[in-house]
Design a protein around this ligand. Structure first.
Ligand code: SF4
Ligand code: SF4
Length: 721
């Protein structure tokens, strides 16, 4: 790991966290966006639409060379000049040289993230050409000497008061901080520039091979002015914007504004094809097709789906890390989830290294992406690449490679730690204060004490009562159940026995490997996958259940991926994946348990969706059905599926300050719901949320769903009685 780079990044995080106004603005926007987006897609099948877009973009990717040639032919036949720029330098040189040759002194720009990507303004400046941004947000940040903090709303981080100061400098008089007035100032200041500019520079949302035309989707009329009034128009277009047909383009345009800003329709869709009359002469149209790393991205099997991106910016709108530290910190040129990936390919992995690590892995971006890109999985791959290139740090390497791979040593050390913690826990289950340099860990949440006897050692003493044994289930406990919450194992037995299911606990199971994988240590994750596949299949169970969705994801997704290249292991991993379920899903889908539970619990409960349960395993209705079956009154909290900020080592060592802020939002939503209890299906979320509530002295009880079910069952007659 590059320590200096990491130190600087942490300073930037601290700076962002010390600006609560920024978080307030981003949260306000994100809340409004979620409602508008929901309305915009009302009555439409988002899943079907995004499958369509993914298919269109995949086809374009496969035929990229042919499409480029077809586009070039058709665009040139219509009077445009097409230049294919392999690198940023080639694109900059072409545009700067063209400006010099045509003696352009002023260029007016609109709608081009690609020009930010290649630092075009700098290149033009060197060539003696002034470039003026004409999109309102872009102009604001140009005046401020900043870079965009969002792909669609580049100045979202700024407040009207700051904009008023910037505009006052331009006009030489005090401009009031009134949005309508400020828009008027911008309009007035920019208008003359369209007429003075010798060149208009734009981007494009799409380039259509069958027509040789480009499309611009905008909300301000400025793109039309910038592309129409000057005698030369240069469109800088990433090659990934190519699609085959107008019909394909229309499908993308239909979804783009809905997902970008929650608008039903955009204000303007501008189609530009070939040279058109401009005064007495024909206008010059130059289309610069930009590669700059896109071909390398296309060649990467693990990352190439990122080229499906239609640049809607939604992955930032829903990202809890983006909402906490903003795009200037969680981004380079491109921001948030897609920005991490594009930065790695367009600007080098080094520029993306800290961003890759700052992702908490909540998969909100995956759920909202209209191009069906598994962004989190790609980011995870980049993290592993980084781990291989830069190492994961001596401490982590020791823990993962020496300790975790060796199950006996790992468990012996945990047991030793449970003895050593005694002076701190004083026999309590929660640790409120840790001493010395560990004190920061308990500053904003309590922590669970390590259990004096892990679940694996308690298992034989947990009595099982099964009248008519049928289904055989093996329990994958995961580290949290084993060492922190062994009582959940006993509750699981109570609940499953209630449905006549016998439960076993395979002793050779080990950590699921996610902590190692998320830290970039794939080798350890692969070794742990082998150990667990062997252990969990040993008793030939009908099903494997977990009480931790992150473990579910490891067993169902990661083990298969890790072991796919070895036929014998691959078969076993697939078998394990096929029979593994999280416990709520298992009870509802396999045991039809929601219908068989008698309602006896009562009380009010709100439910927190764990990221990997809802967006990884696709389970969210099932636990709610179970809670309601116990007789509890379910009170939905706002943003129930927003991350709680746990993220394993993310909240302990890598990014505790961000995790703390994300938890603060979650605790507020829980309190706002007015429920007496918050249920969830992940021991990690339980650690985080219970810890946050306890630390602040809130009376709301935080529980795993399985705990509430066990309590309800203990109060109710056994099924069939
Ligand atoms: S996985 Fe979550 S934290 Fe990571 S980029 Fe996506 S939304 Fe942001
Ligand atoms: S990755 Fe998906 S959500 Fe993010 S900008 Fe691209 S299309 Fe939109």
């Amino acid at each position: 790991m590059n320590r200096e780079r990491n130190r600087q990044y942490r300073q930037r995080i601290d700076g962002a966290l010390a600006t609560p106004k920024l978080q307030e603005a981003l949260h306000k926007f994100a809340d409004a966006y979620l409602i508008s987006r929901q309305n915009a897609f009302a009555g439409l099948d988002f899943e079907a639409l995004r499958r369509d877009i993914a298919a269109i973009k995949d086809q374009a990717l496969q035929q990229r060379d042919a499409l480029r040639q077809q586009f070039t032919r058709n665009a040139e036949a219509a009077g445009a000049t097409v230049f294919y720029a392999r690198t940023a330098a080639e694109a900059n040189d072409y545009i700067a040289r063209l400006a010099q040759e045509r003696q352009v002194k002023l260029a007016i720009k609109s709608k081009s993230m690609a020009s930010e990507e290649i630092h075009l303004n700098r290149a033009l400046e060197k060539a003696g050409v002034a470039a003026v941004e004409s999109d309102l947000g872009e102009w604001i940040i140009q005046l401020a000497g900043q870079r965009p903090s969002h792909m669609v709303m580049p100045a979202i981080h700024m407040f009207k008061e700051e904009v008023a100061i910037l505009f006052s400098r331009v006009t030489g008089q005090a401009e009031p901080a009134n949005i309508e007035h400020l828009v008027g100032v911008a309009r007035q200041q920019l208008r003359q520039r369209y007429f003075e500019a010798g060149m208009g520079i734009s981007g494009a949302n799409l380039a259509v091979a069958e027509t040789g035309g480009i499309a611009l989707v905008t909300n301000e009329g400025n793109a039309r002015l910038a592309t129409t009034l000057p005698p030369i128009h240069v469109a800088l277009v990433g090659v990934e914007k190519l699609v085959g047909t107008l019909e394909d383009a229309a499908k993308i345009i239909r979804v783009l504004p809905k997902n970008a800003t929650g608008q039903l329709l955009t204000s303007y869709v501008t189609w530009i094809r070939g040279a058109v009359p401009c005064g007495e002469k024909d206008k010059e149209l130059h289309i610069v097709l930009l590669d700059n790393g896109r071909s390398a991205l296309a060649e990467s099997p693990q990352c190439r789906d990122a080229l499906r991106c239609i640049k809607c910016g939604a992955c930032a709108n829903v990202c809890p890390v983006y909402q906490t530290i903003g795009g200037h910190v969680f981004g380079h040129i491109y921001i948030s989830a897609i920005g991490i990936i594009l930065t790695a390919f367009f600007h080098g992995l080094d520029q993306a290294a800290e961003l890759v690590r700052a992702c908490i892995g909540c998969r909100s971006c995956v759920a909202v992406c209209p191009s069906h890109i598994d962004l989190e999985n790609i980011i995870l791959h980049l993290r592993q690449t980084l781990g291989e290139e830069e190492g994961i740090g001596a401490g982590k390497a020791l823990v993962f490679r020496r300790v975790m791979r060796n199950r006996r040593l790992f468990h012996t050390l945990i047991r030793a730690a449970s003895l050593l913690q005694k002076p701190v826990t004083r026999g309590e289950r929660s640790i409120r204060h840790l001493p010395l340099f560990f004190s920061g860990l308990t500053e904003w949440r309590t922590l669970p004490a390590i259990a004096s006897t892990p679940l694996r050692d308690q298992w034989r003493d947990i009595g099982q009562q099964v009248d008519k044994p049928g289904t055989k289930v093996a329990f994958f406990g995961g580290c949290a159940n084993d060492f922190l919450y062994p009582e959940l194992g006993a509750d699981l037995v109570t609940v499953l026995n209630h449905f006549d299911v016998q439960v076993s606990y395979p002793e050779k199971q080990n950590c699921c490997g996610i902590p190692a994988l998320y830290s970039g240590d794939r080798e350890t994750a692969v070794e742990l996958a082998r150990q667990n596949v062997e252990a969990m299949l040993e008793g030939d169970p009908d099903y494997v259940v977990t009480t931790c969705p992150t473990c579910t994801l490891a067993l169902c997704r990661d083990f298969v991926e890790h072991l796919k290249d070895n036929p014998a292991w691959a078969q076993k991993a697939e078998k394990l994946a096929a029979i593994t379920m999280d416990v709520s899903g298992f009870i509802v889908k396999v045991l039809e348990g929601a219908e068989k539970l008698a309602g006896t619990a009562g009380g009010t409960v709100t439910y927190h969706d764990s990221c990997h349960l809802k967006r990884g395993a696709g389970v969210w209705q099932e636990p709610r059905a179970l809670l309601q079956a116990t007789g509890a009154e379910l009170r939905e909290m706002d943003h129930a599926d927003r991350c709680c900020g746990f993220g394993g080592s993310y909240s302990f060592t890598s990014h505790p300050a961000i995790a703390r802020n994300i938890l603060g939002d979650k605790v507020n939503d829980i309190l706002q719901s007015g429920a007496a209890c918050v249920a969830m299906d992940c021991p990690g979320c339980l650690l985080q949320i219970r810890g946050g509530l306890e630390k602040e002295g809130h009376a709301v009880r935080a529980v795993h769903t399985i705990e509430l079910l066990a309590e309800a069952i203990a109060r109710a007659p056994r099924s069939g009685d």
